[in-house]
Design a protein around this ligand. Structure first.
Ligand SMILES: [Zn+2]
Length: 700
């Protein structure tokens, strides 16, 4: 990357060439002078000469942006740079003085804009996984027009060329750095002065790379969890890489694997994190991992062992496999863990290196249960498996399964864009992702299973569905925590009665500890693996060839500049003039749109699943049009659903958690400002009616 001063010299040369052409014009009638780009080529740059301007306007060379889009995105500097001049311009002015004046008038913003074009191309190449060869070809073309552009894609994308890894724990390891990751993230958040401390959550998990090989990564990831104290624009941080292990099995020694991480964490706990000249205290928020990874890092018995529950001290009972039937056993504490009072729980060979930190991590309290693994991939998957392949008394018949599949498929088009995947048939459950199990548990399952799954099994499923919905809803998770805990105790008890005591494995038992996690950390998504799982998927997709995977990932991640961060903005898209409009708004309506993004709210009139919202007056409406008024404010024209009643009554009236059965849509159009919107809702058809389910995480 060229230095600021190098760029400045290059830009001066570029401006000089333009000046030379202006001062020695090949004039024509319309005042347009064609100038060959620096270098060669047959393309031209138009420099517009008006018939009346003075030298001062020439001296202020601005790279104008064409316009701002509705999204507030600023377009890159124009390829055809127009410089307006005046006929009174004195062509006899000495060039030296011009240079001097230009240097005075050429603002730093101009350099920043040109540099931002490089950044945008770099981000584009990274985002679309453009090959280095293709980027190099593009740079050759750009270089003809802008000589300051680098010719090598590695220079443009800041690719790390020297990746130093170390051999450890029977694999290789690269330590990117915890402080560096936090600094990048604070930069990405444009963090100003906020909190004096940075709270960081960590995630450690294995990532198999290929189906045909045991090659795997073990990334150490971090995320800043107190973002809102630094930046109003974001309330959650993206994960970042702290260290990356590659091998053909799990790291053989946890102390070796975590050596660099623990050393740096120890240093940062003592000295703090430096960002923009200020020292921030580092707080370890939590370690968010699945049970096998927790057992590995904490050096304790795995979940299939008798002392396998890392939250309570019960000795597992063997019934075909190790089960945990006691929902009220004595809880483990950080102190009892440190004192190793339960010898069955701890490894005989290793002690976790995290216990040697200057500020020790709470080895019980700061290792929350991750609901993505426990509930979605654990219990919900187990339920589906039992309905399809379990004991005959709880197994569904072929026709019942087909009816459920038909219902799931019919809901496809009504699922909002926030869902990464559309509903699939139960027959494919073994290939379902965690998000699909979450969708089944919270949204599609209560409808698709209703009236087909035997009542006892359905009621048992609803205990889990309602309790997890309560624990995931930021607005009710604290108030309903004890109630939700009671529902899960009941679920586990009924589950044992329905499916057999031998089925109360660690995952099912672990549900009784989720209430404590909500009390400690708030809604379950604050300690879930979902964001890390997405990040791991991105890491995997960065691999382009099988050799040197560790080096490849480090190089590709180094290209993902902090400038690639996308700040979510409010915007409207797809202008139209099709209506409908209402009398009360017609005269004030300036533009109409089909799509709106406003914070977490995303409305698309073109999609049947993306137009329903809950308003502050508790009405549920369908958005029929998005309008911008002459005063510039955005509003919604809506129709309201008429009949509202409970969808289910067990384990509680569904309206208490915002789930309703709806009737027809009224015909009357009403106008509402965005401030009246509480959240988006999922509206799914059922027979001749609709069921409304709040979309968790879209609350304004
Ligand atoms: Zn337990």
């Amino acid at each position: 990357m060229a230095s600021f001063w190098t760029k400045r010299r290059q830009l001066h040369a570029e401006v000089d060439s333009y000046m030379d052409a202006i001062l020695n014009p090949v004039d024509d009638d319309c005042g347009i002078i064609d100038i060959q780009p620096v270098g060669d080529d047959c393309s031209t740059v138009d420099i517009q000469c008006n018939t009346s301007c003075d030298l001062s306007s020439l001296m202020s060379v601005n790279f104008q942006c064409d316009q701002e889009t509705d999204c507030g995105e600023v377009r890159p500097p124009c390829m055809s740079t127009k410089i307006t001049t005046d006929e009174t311009m004195s062509v006899a002015e000495p060039v030296g003085e011009l240079e001097s004046d230009i240097s005075l008038n050429y603002s730093d913003n101009d350099f920043d804009e040109i540099a931002s074009l490089e950044d945008e191309i770099s981000c584009w190449a990274t985002e679309h996984r453009i090959s280095q060869t293709a980027v190099g070809g593009l740079l050759k073309i750009l270089h003809k027009w802008f000589p300051h552009f680098p010719l090598d894609s590695r220079t443009l994308q800041h690719t790390v060329t020297d990746v130093v890894t170390k051999e450890t724990a029977k694999g290789s390891y690269y330590h990117y750095g915890l402080e560096r990751g936090i600094q990048d993230e604070l930069c990405r958040l444009s963090a100003g002065n906020g909190s004096d401390s940075v709270a960081v959550q960590f995630n450690i998990d294995g990532l198999p790379l290929y189906k045909s090989s045991s090659a795997q990564f073990w990334p150490i990831l971090g995320a800043v969890v107190n973002c809102c104290e630094f930046s109003a624009a974001k309330d959650c941080s993206d994960p970042f890489l702290v260290g990356l292990y590659f091998g053909y099995s799990k790291p053989s020694d946890v102390n070796e694997f975590l050596s660099d991480f623990v050393s740096e964490l120890s240093l940062l706990q003592k000295c703090g994190v430096n960002y923009c000249g200020k020292q921030y205290r580092l707080q370890v928020h939590s370690f968010c991992c699945d049970m096998p990874a927790r057992a590995f890092i904490k050096c304790v018995t795995g979940h299939s062992g008798y002392g396998g529950c890392d939250k309570c001290e019960q000795h597992g009972k063997y019934v075909k496999c190790v089960t945990f039937p006691d929902s009220h056993a004595r809880l483990r504490t950080d102190e009892s863990f440190a004192a190793m009072t339960d010898v069955r729980h701890h490894s005989k060979d290793y002690v976790s290196p995290l216990m040697s930190l200057p500020k020790p991590v709470g080895m019980v309290s700061q290792f929350p249960i991750d609901y993505m693994h426990l509930v979605c991939l654990g219990v919900t998957r187990k339920l589906v498996s039992l309905w399809l392949h379990g004991p005959l008394k709880t197994r569904l018949g072929r026709q019942s399964v087909e009816r459920i599949n038909e219902r799931l498929i019919s809901l496809k088009q009504h699922v909002p864009c926030e869902f990464q995947r559309k509903p699939r048939s139960l027959s494919e459950y073994e290939r379902w992702k965690a998000t699909e199990y979450r969708q089944m548990l919270l949204y599609t399952g209560p409808l698709a299973l209703s009236g087909i799954l035997p009542t006892a099994l359905y009621d048992n499923f609803m205990l889990l569905s309602v309790a997890i919905r309560m624990f995931l809803s930021p607005d009710i998770c604290h108030d309903m925590c004890d109630y939700g805990h009671g529902l899960l105790l009941l679920f586990v008890e009924h589950f044992g009665q329905l499916y057999g005591a031998d089925k109360i494995s660690y995952n099912v038992h672990g549900l009784v500890h989720l209430g404590d996690e909500v009390k400690r950390f708030g809604q379950l998504d604050s300690v879930s693996s979902f964001p890390y799982e997405n990040y791991l998927g991105k890491i995997k997709r960065l691999l382009k060839k099988p050799n040197s995977p560790l080096q490849q990932i480090v190089r590709r991640l180094s290209e993902q500049s902090t400038k690639c961060a996308k700040v979510e903005v409010s915007c409207v898209k797809q202008e139209h003039s099709e209506g409908p409009l209402h009398d009360c708004i017609t005269s004030q309506c300036e533009y109409q749109y089909k799509e709106l993004v406003h914070g977490r709210l995303h409305i698309k009139l073109t999609s049947p699943g993306d137009r329903f919202v809950l308003l502050k007056d508790t009405s549920i409406v369908s958005v029929e049009n998005i309008v911008r008024t002459t005063s510039g404010s955005i509003g919604l024209l809506c129709r309201q659903f008429r009949v509202v009643q409970d969808f289910f009554s067990y384990p509680l009236p569904s309206r208490e958690i915002g789930i309703f059965r709806l009737g027809d849509l009224g015909k009357k159009l009403t106008f509402h400002s965005l401030s009246e919107v509480v959240q988006k809702v999922v509206v799914l058809p059922q027979k001749h009616e609709y069921v409304c389910i709040p979309l968790i995480h879209t609350r304004q």
